[in-house]
Each structure stands twice: as C-alpha cells, then as structure tokens.
Design a protein around this ligand. Structure first.
Ligand code: NAP
Length: 259
C-alpha cells in the first residue's frame, strides 16, 4: 500500500534506537525525508547512515536533548519545512508515589508533556499555512491502564493526552491530523533492561524471565519496533484524514477491555 507521503519531510524525535527508530525507518521506506534526533551522536549517526543506505532518503541527524530548550532550538534550527512530527523522548524513572516531589513532576512534565507541546506549537502553524500536516505523539499504554511504579509517566502523559484531545480538533479542519500512539511492551533496550531487572530480582535465568514476560501477553510475545513503526507511518499517511485525536493502543491485547 502506497501511503501517499513520498517526498514529505518528518521530524522524528528520540529516534536513534527503539520505537522512534522504528518510526523513522518506516517513514523512510515510504520515501519520507527525515530529521532524526537523539542525545548520543554515535548511535544517531549510525542510524542515519543505515536509513540512507536502506531507503535513499535525505536524513539530517541532530544530536541534542529534545527535552531541553537549547536542544529543541538546535533541532528546529536544522529543520526546513516539516510536514510530519513524531514526538518521542525517554520516559520518566520508576518509583513509589509518596517519594515523588514537585521537582520530579516538573521534570516529567517538561520531558513528556511540555516538550511535545512546544514542538507542536513550533511546527503546526507552518503545517496549517500549507494545509497539510501530521502529528503522532508516542505516549504509553499506561495512559489507558496505569502502571503503578510509573506514576510520573502516567501523570505527564495524561496531561499531553488532554492537550491533544482539544488541540487535534482545532487543527484538523486545516489539514493537520494529530493522534497519539500508545505502546504496550515492545522489544527495545528499555524492555531488555526491565527483563534483566526481573531476572535479577527473582533469581531466574534470562530465558525464564523472557518466557514469563511473554506469557503475560495474549499474543505470547512482545511487539517489535517494525510493527510499531508501520502503524506510525499509517498514522502519518494520506489515508488518516478522518482519524482525529485518537489514542491508538498497540499492546497485543494486554489491556483487557471490550471497548
Ligand atoms: P529506547 O529503546 O530506550 O530508545 C530511546 C531513544 O530515545 C534512543 O534513541 C535515545 O537515544 C532517545 N532519547 C532518550 N531520551 C532522549 C532525549 N531527552 N532527547 C533526545 N533523544 C532521547 O526507548 P523506547 O523503548 O523506544 O521508548 C520510547 C518511548 O516510549 C519512551 O518514552 C518510553 O517510556 C515509551 N514506552 C516504551 C515502551 C516499550 O515497551 N518499549 C512501552 C511504553 C512506553 P539517546 O539515549 O542517545 O538520547
């Protein structure tokens, strides 16, 4: 299926690895030119080179912390016209609810709510002027079904979800389509680290920890960055014009609900 976005340009934040990389790769496969970003320059350059070699699109790599004002300024400076924005960043640390102080919430809000909002404010006006744009915010399955130890993430991402619910409806009539993509467990470095900590905590082998993790999902496995990227690319396509302010859950059926 041709998604009809060949020749467009996308900014994919936090995309040297994991889900962001999956999104960048899937967009590049559709002929979309890219600005990609991460803090670590080495992995970022390697990913940029891989994408260029695989798909022949233009890739600009900007090493910067997207959650800082200076980092965002550096990324935006490197951007020409951006048609597609994929918002992403690392998630807040886990913890226990009585321990979180004001500054912990401020840091989480800055990274996972105010950073995507700042990029939307910077780039959506240009999309409106040109009458076409797509925004996908990578949030988390925890927006639908809270993860107790990730209270900072639950809170910040819920805030972004509320903002997108209202804003998406104000810009869709001008050709800009904005939605959220909610990952459940996917095979990235982050999940590998969580599986490793289960292994250590429970004194089991890695194979046992992986089997236990996979058995917890109705599909008997976790998702892949390729599957996630393909869904993201569809949400950036020409065919998504009637999907507005939605929260698309990709979790292999882990959230047990009829609706
Ligand atoms: P990952 O595999 O650890 O990859 C994170 C990517 O983001 C890396 O390229 C990293 O590169 C970059 N990054 C992190 N912080 C950044 C920052 N401040 N500025 C710029 N780039 C940054 O993570 P992931 O699993 O793909 O997760 C992506 C997002 O989805 C996270 O917010 C995570 O909480 C959420 N999520 C993931 C899952 C899952 O199962 N994987 C489930 C639910 C939610 P550098 O470190 O070099 O910056």
């Amino acid at each position: 299926m041709d998604l009809g976005i060949k020749g467009k340009t996308a900014l994919v934040c936090a995309s040297s690895k994991g889900l962001g990389r999956g999104c960048a790769m899937a967009l590049a496969a559709e002929g979309v030119n890219l600005v990609i970003n991460a803090r670590g320059a080495e992995a970022l350059e390697a990913t940029a080179e891989e994408i260029r070699a695989a798909h022949g699109v233009e890739v600009t790599a900007v090493a910067a912390d997207i959650t800082s004002e200076e980092g965002r300024a550096k990324v935006l400076e490197a951007c020409g016209q951006i048609d597609i924005l994929v918002n992403n960043a690392g998630g807040p640390p886990p913890g226990f609810w009585p321990d979180w102080e004001r500054e912990d919430f401020i840091a989480a809000l800055d990274a996972n709510m105010l950073t995507p909002i700042a990029l939307i404010k910077a780039l959506v006006p240009g999309m409106i002027d040109r009458g076409w744009g797509r925004v996908v915010n990578i949030t988390s399955a925890s927006v639908r079904s809270p993860i107790a130890q990730l209270g900072l993430s639950n809170s910040a991402r819920a805030g972004l979800t509320g903002y997108v619910a209202g804003t998406s409806r104000q810009v869709c009539g001008k050709g800009v389509i904005m939605n959220n993509l909610l990952p459940g467990s996917h095979d990235t470095d982050r999940i590998k680290a969580l599986t490793e900590s289960t292994r250590q905590r429970e004194g089991i082998t890695m194979d046992e920890a992986v089997a236990k993790r996979n058995a917890a999902n109705p599909t008997g496995r976790i998702g892949t960055a390729e599957e996630f990227g393909a869904t993201c690319a569809f949400m950036c396509s020409q065919y998504v014009g009637f999907m507005v302010g939605q929260n698309i859950l990709l979790d292999g059926g882990a959230f047990n609900a009829t609706l």
